[in-house]
Design a binder for this molecule. Sequence first.
Ligand code: TXA
Ligand code: MG
Length: 316
Amino acid sequence: MANSPILSPTDGTLNAAVQALRSGALVAFPTETVYGLGADATDETAVARIFEAKGRPRFNPLISHVADAQSAFSLGDFSPVAKVVAERFWPGPLSIVVKRVTDCPIAWLTSAGLDSIALRVPAHPLAHDLLARADRPIAAPSANRSGRISPTQAEHVASELGDRVEMILDGGPCTVGIESTVVDLSGSSPVLLRLGAVTREMLTEIVGPLREPAVGGPLASPGMMTSHYAPDCPVRLDVAKPIPGEAYLGFGPVPAGENTLSLSVSGDLVEAAANLFQMLRTLDHSAINAIAVAPVPQHGLGAAINDRLHRAAADR
Ligand code: TXA
Ligand code: MG
């Protein structure tokens, strides 16, 4: 991709951005916290491209952005108190983790295989306009390469990811400048997962005392505090040929057969990442003894795929 243009928001550029998102491409856009690297949250392959572009060594769950609270309520299971929190702080710098509704269209890779999803209604008018036009949830982590600081200006995004995105919508400097607060309201007691401009005190007024995440403090590495998805069945790695009773998750061509799937017949790592969580879920059922997984190359997105497979295998 040639050096991607920084575009001022107009009717034309916003429509072009929506078209790009709908075709599975990446579009960087401003929110009031930081610039986001956006993709259609319902498209597994588009979301895989986010991880590829960022060069993230593992899959952590991403925030899905929507235009208004009603859209969020159609995707996640909000308790009455979660609705009060949403209505108090949205649009704004708060992300809320809730359980997926049945048949939630958000891709499994967006939530890194979890049954819960993080949702946010950003306050930036350009973000709102884009999301309303897109009319679908947009997954977006901060628009920087892995391990770099989050961008608060369009130029920062261009220098980090300029050759990786279809376009960068310019909304000026971000007013908040740090990532959104993340609160988990999916269980019986609320958990503060990440601190941001919506403070603990502001949340406590509505939900009462907030628990800390089980591992690490609120400022520890965000991806690490999230308990991750693992299949119920044992997982066996680096298997060239499964034994009877095992399901098989291949990479490259696989023999046709029951409980046999390939992450990517052509050996494409973006496709493999897009298929990873949904295929593990498909193969994970009581009729099999284990899921045997073929070796996956370690380069590019393979590192994140292998990270996740090793955790799934080690969980026994
Ligand atoms: O300000 C922001 O939040 C920016 C802008 C672009 O909106 N986005 C952002 O996204 O920082 P990201 O993907 O870098 O941060 C996602 C955070 C992580 O801390 C992640 O662990 C948590 O949200 N998260 C997402 N889904 C989760 C889930 N289902 N359960 C627990 N934590 C989740
Ligand atoms: Mg970040």
